[in-house]
Design a protein around this ligand. Structure first.
Ligand code: PGA
Length: 257
């Protein structure tokens, strides 16, 4: 039986289930999360930092884990606007996304910086979800695998093998994020196999590899059934109670298929 890891990334949004839901929908959401966790799946919700405690109340008792969308590499200091891994851990987080392509783009985050964040996260008891992925131009030029390897090497040289080994990788093709245009199962299998092989060559053996980029209730069965896919990083669809429940139900179904 496969055990999936399904991560919801709320980005800078407030999810629907933070408001009061009709009892039937709330019941479906809570029951689905509880069932998935009981069956050995890992479900993580990553709200914006100021909503972490709010989401903790919403999922209280379900076994859903809390994560953040970013952290700093230091635990305290003169870093205006930043949140440290130790602060996130204190709020109950056990996971953190690092290196999301939106932060690489908007905050100019480099592989080296992402590696340092992953390392600081793990030291503070947060499991890093390390994001990698190619742009559409890189894919068109046939550079996808080279780009993924370069990202892995850059992060690895900053955090070391042990940190990478204890993390989760999220393969997120940049062109598939928020576009409604998910990668095809062939593209996903090819990239995941390449990442798995690169990891093995570098002595990283068991790191789960998630897929992210326009995962929805309509394509989750297909994506989660792909070889080497250990779960999904879900953005837009994680904001809706019904959509996120459907994706988690899909993980339960695929695990038993
Ligand atoms: P999306 O986002 O599911 O809305 O494409 C995924 C992500 O950015 O993590």
């Amino acid at each position: 039986m496969r055990h999936y890891c399904i991560v919801g990334n709320h980005k800078m949004n407030v999810s629907e289930y933070e408001h009061s839901l009709e009892p039937e929908r709330k019941k479906r959401f809570v029951n689905t999360m509880t069932k998935a966790v009981r069956e050995g799946h890992t479900i993580v919700l990553c709200p914006t930092s100021v909503r972490i405690e709010h989401i903790a109340d919403v999922v209280n008792g379900t076994g859903v884990a809390l994560g953040a969308q970013n952290c700093h590499w230091e635990n305290s200091g003169a870093y205006t606007g930043e949140v440290s891994p130790s602060m996130l851990a204190e709020m109950g987080c056990t996971w953190v996304i690092v290196g999301h392509s939106e932060r690489r783009r908007d905050q100019c985050e480099t592989d080296e910086l992402i590696g340092r964040k992953a390392s600081a996260a793990l030291t503070n008891g947060l499991r890093p979800i390390i994001c990698i992925g190619e742009s559409i131009e890189q894919r068109r030029r046939g550079k996808t695998i080279d780009v993924l390897n370069k990202q892995i090497d850059g992060i690895l040289s900053a955090c070391g093998r042990l940190v990478f080994d204890a993390s989760v990788i999220a393969y997120e093709p940049v062109w598939a994020i928020g576009t409604g245009l998910s990668a095809t199962t062939e593209q996903i299998e090819e990239a995941h196999l390449a990442i798995r092989e690169s990891c093995r060559e570098r002595g990283i053996l068991d790191t789960p590899i998630l897929y992210g980029g326009s995962v929805s209730a309509d394509n989750s069965d297909e994506i989660l059934s792909c070889q080497h896919v250990s779960g999904a990083l879900v953005g837009g669809a994680s904001l809706s109670s019904d959509n996120f429940s459907s994706i988690v139900e899909s993980a339960i179904r695929c695990a038993n298929a």
